[in-house]
Design a protein around this ligand. Structure first.
Ligand code: AMP
Length: 636
């Protein structure tokens, strides 16, 4: 079995080639279901979240149908954030690698519009962007939607949450009525269903069903790790876990080889197992694993299907599986023949939702595992070394070595302990007993199952309390799930739990402009790249609004926010001085408390404390260095 399965689904030759080059072995469930529907030109309503392979689920079929000669946009993808826009655009680029004359253009707020205008002028078959900036381009008439064949709304519930739904509808209404439409959303709130009913008509529905399955005798743990830290995290886990045989699951055939090679180089006897290898090689690898000649097998789902090796004590999900059923299959490779098994799941911060859904399916709590520290790695190596040393000391033929060393010590007047230390050092050069592994800063662990429940309840309480206290008129119904105002009723903390000093800003848009808090959250989050968790209380007045944001806003962010627009009106942000008649200030505001003061560098004589760009130096309104509130930084 191979990526021919993609061929069976009917994707075009150049797209298939790209998929094969990327090492995709088989379509994920959401892809298997969505690709034929979209290739057939039908509308699609998909319930899918990040990590399920949803980008390829729409990109592969839509790319298969494009006309490379036509340079006006044929595929339009709307995303809630700039990060997602970039990610989706990159995915399109990689899947279209073998399509000659192909161009994809990401367009989003907070970026130079000039470059985007030039890009649109040059022509792009695919445009991926955030709704606000797309509308901007529509108003400038720089974006021509007349030839759009397919439109995708990605993470539609996020767009709703961020207040973009009206913008989305506006864009939808400007695309040709006969164009194909696909909507992907992790959840299906009423407002999304309404949009789907209105614009997607008789769309085919796709969702990944998961039956509840029990996984007894398997200790399940997870570790939160950023994508680029996975290999280091894996090395540490392998160093400290006491394992016999191990299967590491990855998504692509190329990763099986790459990771097996890297582990081999780190001293673990490992081998890849993927669908490209001949049957004979696969069988040989499995028999080596059974006999203990190989300890670690790095496999794809397809290749490891049905694998039954008793000595597998550990399964590591290096890449999260696309669906819960695969998870259960994967971890079922351990805990064989009545033995105890261990399953460790690596999740990137964006995949938290999948973790919860796995817990639900398996009706079990997956406990957080702390990233093994250098000291733990060191202890483990010392223990293994001393065990080996004890064994070697029992070897009968050491006499000659002893004589030789004693002579050497006497002749040179040395201390035997020094010599032993030097020999130990020499012996362990490849595997130092006091290693300085790459300094992984363990990302904040997700709260445990119990804590998560508590957090969820707290969120629920907060939202409920909020609605009652503040009245409904300030909030759209849909923003209840993530009520921006709620932020002000608790202390805002950063990822390390430090209190973030907030201050109140004034925005020159208000109820009279039909603005909703969610519109403001969306604009601030996207234009200023401030993570929405740091956007606090929003109060709407008729003519203006106020919003709580982290104090000490850098000048460039402040300037960007001045120009940012909601409902076509500039926010014209200023520090709030209280009272309706306060004239907006042009100064970068002074935080309420705590921040390190940085003098302004713009030579305007303004003595208000300012920070350098959050992005460039990571300076933030807290004592700690390298702390920012931008989404980009959070992702690093
Ligand atoms: P997404 O859910 O679209 O964010 O995709 C998650 C990750 O899975 C991305 O890194 C993709 O490159 C990868 N991916 C998507 N489809 C496949 C596939 N069929 N085989 C292997 N990897 C895939």
């Amino acid at each position: 079995m191979s990526s021919n399965e993609f061929q069976t689904l009917g994707i075009s030759a150049p797209v298939l080639k790209a998929v094969q080059n990327l090492g995709y072995e088989q379509p994920s469930p959401i892809q298997a279901q969505s690709i034929p529907i979209l290739l057939g030109g039908k509308n699609l309503l998909g319930t899918a979240q990040t990590g399920t392979g949803k980008t390829a689920a729409f990109a592969l079929p839509l790319l298969s149908n494009i006309d490379p000669q036509q340079k006006t946009p044929q595929i339009l993808v709307l995303t809630p954030t700039r990060e997602l826009a970039i990610q989706v655009a990159e995915a399109f680029q990689s899947y279209a690698k073998h399509i000659k004359g192909f161009n994809v253009l990401p367009i989003y707020g907070g970026a130079d519009i000039g470059g985007q205008l030039r890009g649109l002028k040059r022509g792009a078959q695919v445009v991926v962007g955030t709704p606000g900036r797309m509308l901007d381009h529509l108003k400038r008439k720089s974006l021509n939607l007349s030839q759009v064949k397919s439109l995708v709304l990605d993470e539609a519930d996020e767009m709703l949450r961020m207040g973009f739904i009206d913008d989305v509808e506006m864009i939808l209404s400007k695309t040709p009525a006969e164009s194909q439409r696909a909507l992907f959303s992790a959840t299906m709130p009423a407002a999304i269903k309404r949009v789907a009913d209105k614009y997607l008509g008789d769309a085919q529905q796709v969702r990944i069903q998961s039956k509840t399955q029990t996984v007894e005798r398997i200790k399940q743990q997870y570790i939160t790790v950023k994508a680029h830290q996975k290999m280091d995290a894996l090395t540490r886990v392998l160093e400290v876990e006491q394992f016999d045989g191990m299967i590491i699951f990855v998504r692509t055939k190329s990763s099986t080889v790459d990771i097996a090679d890297r582990l081999q180089a780190r001293g673990f006897s490992s081998a890849p197992l993927n669908g490209d290898l001949s049957q004979a090689i696969r069988e040989r690898t499995i028999s080596k694993l059974k006999r203990g000649q190989v300890d670690v097998v790095v496999a794809t789902d397809v290749a490891a299907r049905g694998l039954d090796v008793e000595r597998i004590s550990h399964v590591i999900n290096f890449d999260i599986p696309y669906d819960n059923e695969s998870y259960v299959h994967r971890i079922g490779r351990t805990g064989r023949a009545g033995r105890e098994g261990n399953a460790i799941l690596f999740i990137t911060p964006k995949e938290t939702r999948l973790l919860r859904s796995i817990e639900k399916t398996t009706k079990s709590t997956i406990a957080p595992l702390t990233m093994p520290s250098n000291a733990q790695v060191s202890d483990q190596r010392i223990q293994q070394f001393t065990e080996q040393l004890s064994k070697t000391l029992e070897t009968p033929r050491l006499d000659k070595f002893r004589e030789m060393i004693v002579k050497y010590v006497e002749e040179n007047d040395l201390d035997m302990a020094d010599v032993a230390a030097a020999l130990t050092y020499e012996n362990q050069k490849e595997r130092p007993l006091f290693p300085k592994l790459d300094n992984i800063v363990a990302p904040r662990q997700e709260s445990s199952g119990k804590n998560r429940d508590r957090d969820r309840n707290r969120d629920r309480d907060r939202d409920g309390k909020n609605r009652d206290r503040k009245g409904k008129d300030n909030f759209s119904k849909d923003s209840n799930s993530r009520n921006p105002r709620a932020k002000s009723e608790r202390i805002v903390r950063d990822e390390e739990g430090n209190v973030v000093p907030m201050m109140t800003y004034r925005l020159e848009v208000g109820k009279n402009d039909s603005v909703e808090p969610s519109n403001i959250v969306g604009a601030i989050a996207n234009e200023a790249d401030i993570s929405s968790q740091f956007i606090g209380q929003i109060i709407l007045h008729d003519e203006y609004s106020t919003v709580d944001l982290p104090g000490g806003m850098p000048d460039d962010v402040f300037k960007t926010l001045k120009k940012a627009r909601v409902r076509s009106k500039a926010l014209n942000i200023s520090i709030d001085k209280g009272g309706d008649n306060t004239a907006p200030s042009n100064r970068s505001p002074r935080p309420k408390k705590g921040p390190k003061k940085v003098r302004s560098g713009d030579g305007d004589g303004d003595s208000a404390p300012k920070r350098k760009s959050v992005k460039s130096d990571g300076t933030a309104p807290l004592k700690k260095k390298k702390k920012t509130y931008t989404k980009k930084d959070k992702k690093k």
